[in-house]
Design a protein around this ligand. Structure first.
Ligand code: NAG
Ligand code: NAG
Length: 239
């Protein structure tokens, strides 16, 4: 009896002592967004893709340790063959759930590494894979942690050679120079494969000028990485 009580006690300690972070997604865009989630390490998030109407919010609890990314898909619909696809940020799963598939660039990304037991979480907004919509991360419930965001509408200032156009000719996303030109100096590969040999370029500067807090290319300076401890996070589309 006493042993059983002890076991139950330690089991409940284990459960209550395990860390998880609540991610709340809010859509302030004047259009529907379909968030996608992709785990890098750790299990899949409780949802790998869902619909978020204008003004709607939804939450996911993710146990730490975990790393992964979130993004927003736009201009999605189901075609006559029953295949779900999106104009931007598509994960090509054919369904609303991404099921382990990532965003096809260009897409604005938010990236997280969640620590256990009082360690530091790391998070950033990344435009390394291009941009499709404004996005922000706001730590919730912990003071002294900073919001990071890319609040700008990059689609309106995107260089013509990087624009992705929708069926009506309007710009729906902005490619990274690496994605568009596959040039080592933009991709930080080959002889440009080190932070010291891959300086900012005229194209990465366009992204950095619009969104100074976000990663504008692979070896952007480390000021784009943020930390917080034992926090929950709000992710806002069109903050
Ligand atoms: C938040 O930003 C301020 C001002 O840039 C900085 O001094 C502070 O160290 C940042 N806090 C964290 C936890 O990054
Ligand atoms: C960036 O520089 C290249 C030449 O190195 C030029 O062809 C291109 O037009 C420039 N783009 C922008 C956006 O300044």
């Amino acid at each position: 009896m006493e042993t059983t009580t002890l076991v139950v006690f330690f089991l409940s300690l284990l459960v209550s002592g395990s860390y998880s972070a609540t991610f709340t997604f809010t859509n302030k865009c004047p259009y529907t967004v379909w968030p996608g989630t992709l785990a890098g390490s750790g299990p899949s998030a409780p949802s790998t893709g869902f619909e978020l109407a204008t003004g709607a919010s939804a939450s996911l609890d993710i146990p730490a340790p975990w790393s992964g990314r979130f993004w927003g898909r736009t201009l999605c619909s189901t075609d006559s063959a029953g295949k779900f696809r999106c104009g931007t940020g598509d994960c090509a799963s054919g369904q609303v759930a991404c099921n382990g598939a990532g965003a096809i660039p260009p897409a604005s990304l938010v990236e997280f590494t969640l620590a256990t037991n009082g360690g530091k979480d790391f998070y950033d907004v990344s435009l390394v894979d291009g941009y499709n919509l404004p996005i922000s991360i706001t730590p919730q419930g912990m003071s002294g942690c900073n919001t990071t965001s890319c609040p700008a509408n990059m689609n309106s200032v995107c260089p013509p050679e990087l624009r992705v156009r929708g069926s009506d000719g309007g710009t729906i996303a902005c490619r990274s120079a690496c994605d568009a030109f596959n040039d080592p100096k933009y991709c930080c590969t080959v002889s440009f494969g080190l932070p010291s040999t891959c300086p900012p370029t005229n194209y990465s500067m366009v992204f950095k000028n619009q969104c100074p807090q976000a990663y504008s290319y692979a070896y952007d300076d480390k000021t784009s990485t943020f930390t917080c401890t034992s926090s929950n996070y709000l992710i806002t589309f069109c903050p």
